[in-house]
Design a binder for this molecule. Structure first.
Ligand SMILES: NC(=O)c1ccc[n+]([C@@H]2O[C@H](COP(=O)([O-])OP(=O)(O)OC[C@H]3O[C@@H](n4cnc5c(N)ncnc54)[C@H](OP(=O)(O)O)[C@@H]3O)[C@@H](O)[C@H]2O)c1
Length: 327
């Protein structure tokens, strides 16, 4: 277990979380709108991934209604149950899917979330993205009602712009609550939040940033650069993304070389360097939720919490990342 001292508060809440959580999109079982993105995992692999994460000091898990139409929530709950006492104190973040819906479905779907999660407390309920038939005000009002009813503990959003974050926080404050987090894409190969106001707004308001796709969906491991045949073997739509094409791999190569160099220096892996950078580059604002499709990914990724890069090395990594992103 990682010592308590490594835990940090999620935004302005009292919730103490490990800087890394486990992303559970990978537990979609090939089902639903976004489930085909990842291969189907066996139940025992899901259990091992969750067990390994808990043992490595991860104390929270990010899932969503849309991941396998609730299957990810269900598989996570089963894995936590199988982990027994190791899972005592594990926290859950889930998300409501807003597309083509109104805020009333936040209220009407919460009991299903609680049922699939086997009555475990939902510490953080997030609006998955900003596109909805309802306003931010209606969504936050519905979320605040769930807090008051004791169905969830805290409210977060995902993929919200700086302005929408401000609006969500304003509405929640009227209800005596605060916006706790914004879950957004952030990695050494995607630093848009550093320039579009999201990171600055989060820091100013004391809102946590939860970085999704922190390994750029596997690219930052360097395995696709070293063995491009792996791209062809990908089952889901990732292989069509520009970062996975030959030109994309060529573009990110200098960053992979820098991560390899640092990995050798610290006797860790490139993913550990990439994740370590992400959770330390902005004080305690940024948490990251790498997903794992194999047990050894979880084994490797959790160890990113066990060392510190020097400031000079953080800067070198940042410089190379910025050079690559400018290309
Ligand atoms: N809020 C949102 O809109 C949103 C969007 C996306 C994701 N998310 C959340 O963020 C989590 C993580 O994002 P993500 O899954 O998109 O990307 P990611 O965490 O950057 O990449 C995960 C994938 O990278 C590969 N990988 C992981 N660790 C590795 C290692 N140590 N060595 C080699 N390969 C490794 C695995 O895929 P392969 O083995 O197949 O290569 C794994 O499935 C999701 O699970 C989900 O909870 C949220």
């Amino acid at each position: 277990m990682v010592g308590k001292s490594i835990l940090r508060k999620l935004g302005s809440s009292e919730l103490e979380l490990s800087p890394l959580g486990l992303g559970c999109w990978q537990f979609s079982n090939g089902q639903g709108m976004v489930g085909k993105f990842w291969p189907v995992l066996k139940k025992e692999d899901v259990c091992s991934i969750v067990h390994t994460s808990l043992k490595g000091g991860i104390n929270w898990f990010d899932t969503a209604e849309v991941y396998g139409k609730g299957l990810s929530e269900q598989m996570l709950a089963e894995a936590l149950r199988e982990a027994g006492t190791l899972a005592e104190g594990a926290h859950i973040a889930t998300k409501w899917w807003p597309l083509l819906r109104t805020a009333s479905s936040i209220t009407s779907t919460i009991d299903e979330r609680i049922r699939l999660l086997e009555n475990r407390t939902i510490q953080l309920h997030q609006v998955h993205q900003p596109f909805s038939f309802s306003s931010v005000r209606s969504e936050m009002t519905a979320m605040a009602e769930l807090v008051k009813l004791g169905k969830i503990k805290h409210v977060g959003v995902s993929n919200f712009s700086a302005d929408k974050m401000l609006e969500a926080d304003r509405v929640l404050r009227e209800q005596g609550l605060r916006l706790i987090s914004n879950q957004v894409k952030y990695s050494l190969l995607d630093r848009r939040i550093e320039h579009n106001g999201i990171l600055d707004t989060a820091k100013k308001l004391g809102i946590a940033v939860i970085a999704y796709s922190p390994l750029e969906q596997g690219i930052l491991s360097g395995k696709f650069h070293k063995n491009p045949a792996l791209v062809k073997a990908i089952k889901g739509p990732r292989k069509w993304a520009s970062a996975f094409r030959e030109s994309g791999l060529q573009k990110s190569k200098p960053l992979i070389e820098k991560l390899d160099e640092m990995a050798a220096k610290y006797d860790v892996s490139p993913t550990q360097i990439a994740l370590n950078w992400l959770i330390h580059a902005n004080g305690e604002t940024v948490f990251a939720i790498p997903g794992a499709s194999k047990v050894h990914h979880a084994e490797e990724n959790v160890k990113a919490m066990q060392f510190m890069l020097t400031n000079a090395d953080m800067q070198q990594i940042s410089d190379v990342s910025n050079l690559v992103l400018k290309k």
